[in-house]
Ligand binder design. Structure first.
Ligand code: ZN
Length: 376
């Protein structure tokens, strides 16, 4: 090899371990576990090499990652400018994830999905504050000392409907915050008629990032203590899951009419909603209001579909430690988990970018319509 390459990840959401980088056609890497946890799958690293050189990276511990099925037909993303993330040749073979790419410049970044940085998260909150109809509320602090910030859009005192949206309980699912950005841009656009109609009688409580510690640490699924926040909703504690405890307390103070928890799914190459069928209070009336939301979402975006998704829980078999089921049971409201793909939406595939930040943002705009239908 003409010149050794340098691989690093000591930056926001960085995650990789270099085993051996001596040979450009067999650069051996591993993904680090989430702190205090067995979960891992998120990777994000920087490679300083040579332009016009072909490199082959092998992530050797891919088969023991949280969702190995997520590597089948998956293409990693890469970027030269940290703005545009394009897909690169990726193969899952013999338990290893192999990324092969000819670098056009010396420095390139690779990631599991287009990262949504902590700085961009802070910018998004300030964008909200600059609107006359939005306010920010400090809910408390995370275990690493980051702020849990809630954006309140609309008039809490006079609103007849209360909508909550949370994202990134699982920090490696960065697509969730891209969706929230698109959603907030539409909602705060005062020349958007649907936003005006929604805000005439509805208040929105939005937590763009439920897990800032995990996001900055480069985790897939857990917070700083190794807690999977989407299994903490029944009995959250300040020691283990302050993020959930703080948000839950605020929800109990405001009430909830519509709840949306935004996620990404490693394996399924479609957008879909997971509902709350297995909760004790589920009945025909609840099913009808959940279905009304789904049908309106089908009308508002061809990127949404209902053919592919998770198996439906049997009656009474819901896991009430999850946000969607706990909220549905506690508030008797419309409640969904929205899952977006890490891979692509196979109904409308994009060979260059796959499922991308831009598409997430469009879906965030499109979700306004089913919300409107649900509260009408
Ligand atoms: Zn998730």
């Amino acid at each position: 090899m003409s010149q050794p390459i340098h691989i690093s990840c000591q930056f926001d959401s960085g995650n990789i371990e270099v085993i051996n980088s001596e040979s450009e056609d067999n650069i051996r890497l591993a993904i680090r576990n989430d702190n205090n946890s067995d979960f891992y799958q998120w990777f994000h690293f920087k490679v300083h090499g040579q332009s016009d050189q072909n490199y082959r990276f092998c992530i050797e511990n891919a088969s023991d990652a949280a969702y190995a099925a997520g590597w089948e037909d998956y293409q990693a993303v890469a970027s030269y400018d940290r703005e545009t993330w394009f897909r690169v040749d990726t193969d899952y073979r013999d338990g290893q994830l192999i990324i092969e790419h000819t670098h056009q410049h010396e420095v390139i970044y690779y990631a599991y999905f287009a990262p949504y940085s902590y700085e961009r998260h802070l910018d998004l909150l300030q964008f909200c504050q600059s609107s006359p109809i939005a306010k920010l509320e400090h809910l408390g602090s995370t275990l690493d000392g980051r702020d849990m910030t809630l954006a309140i859009i609309g008039e809490p005192e006079t609103a007849q409907n209360i909508v909550w949206m949370i994202a990134r309980q699982h920090p490696g699912e960065s697509m969730a915050e891209w969706l929230v950005e698109g959603f907030l841009q539409k909602l705060l656009d005062d020349s958007d008629p649907m936003a005006r109609q929604l805000l005439s009688n509805t208040v929105f409580y939005v937590v763009p990032n439920m897990n800032p510690d995990g996001s900055v640490r480069g985790h897939l699924r857990t917070n700083a203590a190794g807690a999977n926040l989407n299994r903490e909703w029944l009995e959250p504690t300040m020691d283990r899951s302050p993020e959930v405890l703080l948000v839950r307390q605020k929800m109990q103070a405001t009430g909830v009419d519509v709840f949306l928890d935004i996620h990404g799914d490693e394996a399924i190459p479609y957008n879909f909603l997971a509902s709350c069928e297995g909760i004790p209070s589920y009945n025909d009336e609840r099913a009808a209001s959940q279905d009304k939301f789904r049908q309106a979402f089908l009308e508002s975006s061809p990127d949404f579909q209902i053919k592919h998704g998770y198996p439906v829980a049997e009656p009474g078999q819901a896991n009430l430690t999850m946000a969607t089921t706990w909220v549905a049971e506690t508030f008797g409201c419309v409640s969904f988990t929205l899952e977006m793909p890490f891979k692509d939406n196979l109904d409308l595939p994009d060979e260059v970018f796959g499922w991308s930040p831009e598409r997430c943002m469009r879906l965030g705009e499109a979700i306004c319509y089913p919300i409107l239908k649900s509260i009408q």
